[in-house]
Write a protein that binds this ligand. Structure first.
Ligand SMILES: Nc1ncnc2c1ncn2[C@@H]1O[C@H](COP(=O)(O)OP(=O)(O)OP(=O)(O)O)[C@@H](O)[C@H]1O
Ligand SMILES: [Mg+2]
Length: 215
């Protein structure tokens, strides 16, 4: 997959400036960087949620997107999940895998933050996509739900062969999940590094980031 270069400017300030990138289909990419480095904006641009300055859509593929803030519609959890597909058996399997079975009849607006994220992930995975963009999908989840989510995402990737982008503040998660890490700094792509080479980053900037966040 080739992603066309793109920029995004808000109020005269360029917050994302990415070069064209050649990526391997069917891989899992982790996107890391400090608060405000442009991760969510990058993902929104690639997912087609936000328009880049140039106005061109960077990817013409079937794209699934999980925003950083999960959303519940005013209906029960099962109906929320099935908004994205009518395969009831798939909904039950996903709910079971995410530990949501007991919550399916509950009003989704009353879910806790972690429960809401679990529901949002199930809803997204009701469909098969070519590319998945997941913006900090497990940030609100406990350790068990995080492990379940990671297993579910990997399983989904293996079954569909899709390409996955997962934004994370956890380098441990990046190591568990990804084939390659994309490091953003002040809206720039500062380094791309195969996950098995994280012990030998190329730039001082990424080395400092890894030292600070890595343990
Ligand atoms: N709609 C907007 N209007 C103005 N500025 C914005 C808008 N969206 C994002 N920004 C700015 O763009 C920069 C990048 O934001 P972005 O949300 O992409 O960061 P992030 O890397 O996802 O951070 P975090 O780790 O906190 O989620 C920030 O400085 C932010 O304030
Ligand atoms: Mg973000």
């Amino acid at each position: 997959m080739i992603i066309r270069g793109l920029t995004k400017t808000y109020n005269g300030r360029c917050v994302v400036e990415l070069p064209s990138m050649e990526l391997n289909d069917g891989r899992i990419y982790a996107i890391v960087g400090t608060n405000g480095s442009g991760k969510s904006t990058m993902v929104k641009l690639l997912a087609g949620i936000e328009k880049p300055d140039t106005g061109r859509k960077p990817l013409d593929l079937n794209i699934g997107y999980m925003p950083q803030q999960s959303y519940a519609f005013r209906m029960n959890v099962l109906k929320n999940i099935m908004l994205n597909g009518d395969d009831a058996e798939r909904a039950m399997v996903l709910s079971e895998k995410m530990g949501l079975t007991a919550l399916l009849g509950k009003s989704a607006k009353t879910l806790s933050g972690g429960e809401l994220a679990r529901m949002a992930l199930c809803r997204l995975l009701m469909k098969d996509y070519d590319v998945l963009f997941l913006d900090e999908p497990t940030a609100a989840m406990d350790i068990e739900a995080t492990a379940k989510s990671e297993a579910l995402i990997k399983d989904y990737q293996e079954k569909t062969g899709c390409t996955v982008f997962i934004v994370s503040h956890s380098l441990q998660q990046a190591k568990r999940m990804s084939d390659e890490v994309i490091f953003l700094s002040e809206g720039r792509l500062a380094e791309r590094c195969p996950t098995n080479r994280l012990d030998a980053p190329e730039t001082d900037e990424f080395r400092r980031f890894l030292e600070f966040y890595g343990s």
